[in-house]
Design a protein around this ligand. Structure first.
Ligand code: AMP
Length: 425
């Protein structure tokens, strides 16, 4: 098969690496890709927001299957347009992608189907939202309805902070994403990421993985897209996996089908493990980045038939096999991230780093300039490793990082700490 992958981050490098290893893959293209993806796929400078251009490329290159990495194109309806042009495409349609594209949509779906989630109300204006906040008290959580690149959630410790967030969103601080706001109950517990492949009718869980959202060691500092991840995540016990499937994912798949928007693709549930059990914090309609990187490293089965089974509605007969080894990834980011940062700084030592046992390096934001790899984003590299335990994988990843020379980069030194603490108990 000729396959086109859409996206340019570390998630897409991991997907490209796994797709390239499939015996079903003849040619693999990636648009737009990055310097690392170019080692696995032919990178093409397509504007992926221009669906007609993507379709024209697919026709010209006899593409059999398109895999969409990021949420932006999914919410914009790229799957609908490609499928209408006769192209088999992995990912949810625009109406199914509302599970990520509209927090209010997801909250209402949970309420209508008894899916456990934080209590909430939706608002289209500031005054009633603020009145609701005052009636509930703090801590309380304010969320922009639409896609806001990770900046749409404010966990407010005081009523004043929540009111300021409401004013910021309705004043257009997050653009159209903040035209509607969800105010919800603060949940306490341990967070967990949960992933399932869905074919519109049935779903199968992927292996557990957990990310670290905060920028600094000890889970301090502002939220980011993710500074590292590891798998397995001991918080997702077999019992919690069963409950997350039975109480959250499967009722969602059934409800989406019933409303004529069957969900096909990977469903990523952000969960809070509360005293009452797992509750849904939010859905994402694509693989987590960087959780995807550790999941792909542990996937023994061929990825291509698994993704095709989602499109063809035959997941019910499907089984995935996994390597027993643990996997861990450390994100190297440009200094200043998640705020402003410089691009174009030189990175050296990648080849030497890649020779450490069990190490695989995925590029998240790089470019080749004059034969050198330079940084081209906030999150720039995913230094990954596998090993017999999370502790061994972590040691290998940090050993590889020591060989990377990038004066403008930084990384967390404690990725996997919760899992390692549990391993050593
Ligand atoms: P989200 O973008 O919805 O995943 O939210 C970002 C982060 O905000 C989550 O990973 C949680 O740490 C936190 N968060 C979101 N909703 C809640 C909630 N209802 N209670 C407590 N923390 C929350």
């Amino acid at each position: 098969m000729n396959i086109l992958l859409l996206g340019s981050g570390g998630r897409e490098h991991a997907l490209a690496w796994k797709l390239a290893s499939s015996t079903l893959t003849d040619r693999l293209f990636c648009a737009p890709g990055n310097a690392g993806i170019a080692q696995e796929a032919e990178c093409v400078a397509l504007d992926i927001t221009d669906h007609a251009a993507v379709i024209a490329f697919c026709k010209a290159n006899t593409i059999d299957f398109v895999v969409v990495g990021p949420e932006g194109p999914l919410v914009a309806g790229v799957v609908d347009d490609l499928e209408a042009a006769g192209l088999k495409t992995f990912g949810p349609t625009k109406s199914a992608a509302r599970l990520e594209g509209s927090k209010g949509f997801t909250k209402d779906l949970c309420r209508a189907n008894n899916i456990p989630t934080a209590a909430y109300e939706r608002f289209a204006a500031a005054a009633p939202a603020k009145a609701y906040v005052r009636s509930q008290g703090a801590p309380i959580v304010v969320k922009a309805d639409g896609l806001a690149a990770g900046k749409g959630v404010v966990v407010a410790q005081s009523v004043g902070e929540a009111e300021a967030a409401i004013d910021m969103m309705f004043a257009g601080g997050l653009g159209a994403a903040g035209a509607e706001v969800v105010v919800e109950e603060f949940l306490s517990g341990e967070e967990a990421s949960f992933f399932a492949l869905c074919d519109g009718e049935s779903a199968i869980p992927l292996i557990s993985a957990q990310d670290h959202k905060r920028v600094f060691d000890g889970d301090q500092g502002p939220n980011t897209g993710g500074m590292g991840a590891y798998s397995p995540a001991p918080v997702m016990t077999p019992e919690l996996t069963r409950r997350a499937m039975d109480e959250i994912v499967l009722p969602t798949v059934r409800a989406m089908k019933a409303m004529g928007a069957p969900y096909k693709g990977v469903l990523y549930a952000g969960l809070m493990i509360t005293a009452q059990g797992p509750k849904l914090i939010e859905y994402n309609v694509r693989f987590g980045d960087p959780e995807c990187q550790v999941i792909m490293l542990r996937l023994m089965s061929d990825l291509v038939p698994a993704l095709l089974a989602c499109c063809d509605g035959v997941l019910g007969n499907f089984d995935l096999r996994w390597y027993p080894d643990s996997a861990l990834t450390v994100v190297m980011a440009a200094k200043g991230y998640p705020g402003s940062y410089a691009k174009g700084t030189l990175i050296e030592g990648l080849d030497a780093a890649a020779t450490v046992e069990g190490v695989e390096i995925f590029h998240a934001g790089t470019q080749v300039r004059d034969g050198n790899v330079v940084a081209n984003g906030g999150r720039v590299l995913n230094v990954c490793a596998t090993g017999a335990s999370v502790a061994i994988a972590q040691a290998r990843a940090y050993q590889a990082i020591e060989r990377i020379h990038w004066s403008n980069g930084f990384f967390r030194r404690d990725i996997g700490w919760q899992a390692i603490a549990r391993e050593s108990r």
